[in-house]
Ligand binder design. Structure first.
Ligand code: GDP
Ligand code: IMO
Ligand code: MG
Length: 416
């Protein structure tokens, strides 16, 4: 039996997972998504052409790879169908778990209404219905992708749900559609998606027994994990490595190499603590040079320095074997580069992440910067100060950097 290798985001998402999954997938037979929904946004550049993916795994750009959306994902059929239409001949190389939960239009309306009501306490969600869809799943009131195969029954069940929740939905100002509207919509979803709905866990187990190579594509980032992230400013799923097991039906013993995707600095979209955020010109430069605007919502990402304390914590949670260090070129031209190596917390110096990050003050060390590394493809060609930065990350985290990314293009990548 083969083991499945795993890609996981180490910070607050948008580390560059899509680029690395796309680049590595040529060595794999299957690429699988295990969690999240279309809150994810993965931008991939190949030969100057840009692809933006939200639900479809980033292995889709390689025609010989089988792509799977696992049971742990919340699927908005309308978004999925639109995204699938960019690609040809998907039959036989793309499957959606019959156990994945549906994320329907009313979930987005609830998400947006609740955010509005929270005012300045809003989480800053993507507004894509992720929280309400997972809430339905956990409350055992959700509906699964397999139910799309019987639109008549599903539309009846949905109308019953709406009736049960009428007072709540009315209070939030969420309009309830008619039964016929829902039925027609679900019928369309069935026609488009039926050929792809499958028991994906069985497909995976069979592939493993045939020694096929499997890559698991994480969405979001470790610090957005519902249990281990900066709660409540997190997403509603387990984004860490363990989530890949529950989200696909794999045992912990089936996980092979874990590659942590680590941005050379830090970004965060939405609200919540961010100790190393830089509100000055450095953060502004990272944002402009790194084009830090969300793939999903277009929001400006907050930017700041690398936080080695958070990175160490995330690496332990995931059992990271090595890092892909992304967007190192964005730090080109900085005179000094800062890394947070510890926090000051309640009068003490600590080297771990406490439950409440609001109260920590980062303690930095400074390294000398470099001129330009953009587009470099060989480790030996990196300037000494860039190598020193990489070595320092390795020392502070105890994890090796095995990949360095020097531009958005697939080919501008150093393998060490
Ligand atoms: P993901 O959600 O982790 O897949 O990351 P996103 O795609 O949301 O955000 C990463 C952004 O950085 C995308 O626009 C990528 O094209 C871009 N990117 C990835 N790697 C690099 C890199 O090494 N250098 C630069 N300058 N941009 C990169
Ligand atoms: P990828 O896969 C960055 C953030 C949102 C918000 C919080 C909750 O591209 O790395 P949600 O809509 O999930 O309920 O929002 O989580 N968030 C992400 N931030 N990258 C993502 O995905 C994200 N998915 C969710 O901005 O702060
Ligand atoms: Mg993203």
């Amino acid at each position: 039996m083969t083991k499945a290798d795993l890609i996981v985001g180490i910070q607050w998402g948008d580390e560059g997972k899509g680029k690395i999954v796309d680049m590595l997938s040529q060595n794999y037979d299957l690429v699988c998504r295990s969690g999240g929904g279309h809150n994810a946004g993965h931008t991939i550049w190949v030969d100057g052409v840009k692809y933006a993916l939200h639900l479809v795994p980033s292995g889709i750009l390689h025609p010989n790879i089988i792509n799977i959306i696992g049971n742990g994902v919340v699927v908005n059929p309308e978004v999925l169908i639109k995204e699938m239409s960019q690609f040809k001949n998907l039959e036989g190389r793309f499957y959606i778990s019959d156990r994945a939960h549906l994320n329907l239009a009313y979930h987005s309306l609830i998400d947006q209404a609740k955010e509005r009501l929270k005012g300045d306490k809003a989480i800053g969600t993507t507004g894509k219905g992720i929280g309400p869809a997972y809430a339905d799943k956990i409350s055992r009131t959700g509906h699964r992708v397999g139910e799309l195969l019987n639109p008549e029954l599903l539309s009846t069940n949905l109308m019953n749900d709406f009736e049960t929740n009428r007072v709540y939905l009315d209070a939030l100002g969420v309009q309830i559609p008619s039964k016929d509207e829902i039925y027609q919509e679900l019928k369309g979803f069935k026609e488009a998606l039926a050929p792809y709905i499958a028991d994906t866990t069985q497909i995976l187990w069979r592939a493993m027994s045939e020694n096929k190579k499997i890559l698991l594509e994480g969405a979001q980032g470790t610090l957005l994990d519902i249990d281990h992230g900066t709660y409540p400013y997190v997403t509603s799923s387990n984004t860490i490595a363990a989530g890949a097991c529950t989200g696909l039906g794999l045992s912990p013993k089936s996980i092979g190499d874990v590659i942590g995707i680590l941005k050379a600095y830090t970004t965060r979209v939405g609200n919540g603590a961010f100790p190393t955020e830089d509100h000055g010109v450095d953060g502004q430069t990272m944002c402009e040079v790194g084009k830090e605007y969300g793939t999903t919502t277009g929001r400006r990402r907050r930017c700041g320095w690398l936080d080695a304390v958070a990175v160490r914590y995330a690496s332990m949670l995931n059992g990271v074997d090595s890092y892909a260090l992304m967007k190192l070129d964005v730090l080109d031209g900085f005179k000094t580069i800062k890394i947070c190596k510890a926090y000051e917390y309640q009068g003490e110096i600590i080297d771990y992440m406490p439950a409440n990050l609001d109260e920590v003050t980062p303690i930095y060390e400074e390294l000398e910067g470099w001129d330009s590394i953009s587009g470099i493809k060989h480790y030996d060609d990196l300037p000494l100060n860039a190598k020193r930065y990489i070595n320092r990350i390795e020392e502070l985290t105890g994890v090796r950097v095995s990949i360095v990314s020097t531009s958005p293009e697939r080919s501008d990548t150093i393998l060490r």
